[in-house]
Design a protein around this ligand. Structure first.
Ligand SMILES: [Zn+2]
Length: 339
């Protein structure tokens, strides 16, 4: 599929110079099987993957926008040989690779200490084997996190966590998910913290030390109103009206500038795919919107970000927030030996 050039960004009527507040772009590389599994649909057990199809589109979009980003990779995908070429292409394009857990289970906060230890060990080893990268950042699957997860991140030398989604909509999104899902009650209980808690909605929008030695970089939501602003949400609005999606995005940019928030924008593979690409994913919102139209919206948001900030990877975001990112990593010998 050919990616069309984005229309030029609208003029900067307020004549405000580029802000030096740190800003970043991240992609949660949730794969087809992870969506099927979370939804309780059959077929995930063979770990179907669309990474070969979607990664060239994401990388080309970033290249045309002249931006680097952070990819949160799921360890299980990195452990499968069939995904290695696609995953290596991320590292070859100089983007950051971070950890998104091994099995992408949104009940990570319910794991025992032993299960957590095993999950981190497996995901780090698989990501290192596939890409040659030791992750410095982590995002919990479905924003699942806990004090034990954060303690594990500190112990393993992570620089930042990105598992907070400060929105009031998370609770409603979870209720909608439960209404539309055919999962048994026990499985729904395990997903009881999917999309975060109401307490998360009150947490700061800019990076802060969540525990000594660990920086939290929240996914930016609408300043003041705390509604979501990731691309999948914009595309959800775009199903009703693309004008509405554009107006909502413009409001976000304006409020970020007024309140001095440097955005950390979240993307997903589904922002680059449609129902024809992956018919099994047709249950997901906005899959009827053609991929070309989706990518045009992604490119618009990226060009607006570039107009007002100097967005980079999450690690750049951490460094510009005053965090020492040169902290020594754990020895790679253990990771090499565990393959
Ligand atoms: Zn995810």
């Amino acid at each position: 599929m050919e990616i069309k050039e984005a229309k030029s960004a609208p003029p900067n009527f307020l004549f405000v110079p580029v802000s030096h507040s740190p800003a970043s772009i991240s992609i949660d590389l949730d794969n087809q099987w992870a969506y099927l599994k979370t939804q309780g649909l059959p077929g995930w057990e063979s770990f179907p993957s669309y990474l070969d199809m979607v990664l060239p589109r994401i990388l080309e979009t970033l290249r045309r926008s002249g931006l680097r980003a952070t990819f949160f990779v799921v360890g299980k995908d990195a452990a499968l040989e069939k995904n290695h070429t696609a995953l290596r292409s991320i590292a070859e394009a100089w983007h950051e690779i971070a950890n998104h857990s091994f099995l992408h289970e949104p009940w990570l906060h319910l794991y025992s200490q032993e299960e957590l230890q095993a999950d981190f060990h497996q995901s780090e080893a698989a990501i290192f084997h596939a890409t040659g990268t030791q992750p410095r950042g982590f995002r919990g699957p479905g924003f699942s996190t806990s004090t034990a997860v954060r303690a594990m991140l500190i112990e393993r030398g992570y620089i930042y966590d990105a598992s907070l989604f400060p929105t009031v909509i998370g609770v409603f999104a979870r209720q909608y998910f439960f209404m539309t899902s055919k999962l048994p009650a026990e499985e729904k209980k395990r997903r009881s913290k999917l999309y975060g808690s109401l307490a998360d909605a009150l947490s700061p929008l800019t990076p802060y030390q969540i525990q000594p030695g660990l920086l939290e970089i929240p996914v930016t939501t609408m300043p003041v109103f705390r509604t979501p602003v990731h691309l999948s949400y914009l595309l959800f609005l775009g199903q009703f009206s693309m004008l509405l999606a554009h107006a909502y995005w413009s409001m976000f940019i304006l409020l970020c500038r007024v309140t001095g928030v440097g955005p950390s924008l979240l993307l997903h593979p589904t922002d680059f795919l449609d129902g024809q690409d992956v018919p099994e994913m047709s249950f997901f919102p906005a899959m009827k919107t053609p991929a070309e139209k989706k990518i045009a919206l992604v490119r618009h948001t990226l060009s607006t970000l570039r107009e007002h900030w100097l967005p980079g990877t999450m690690l750049d975001h951490a460094a510009k927030s005053g965090t020492n990112i040169e902290r020594p990593l754990r020895s790679t010998t253990a990771l090499k030996n565990s393959i």
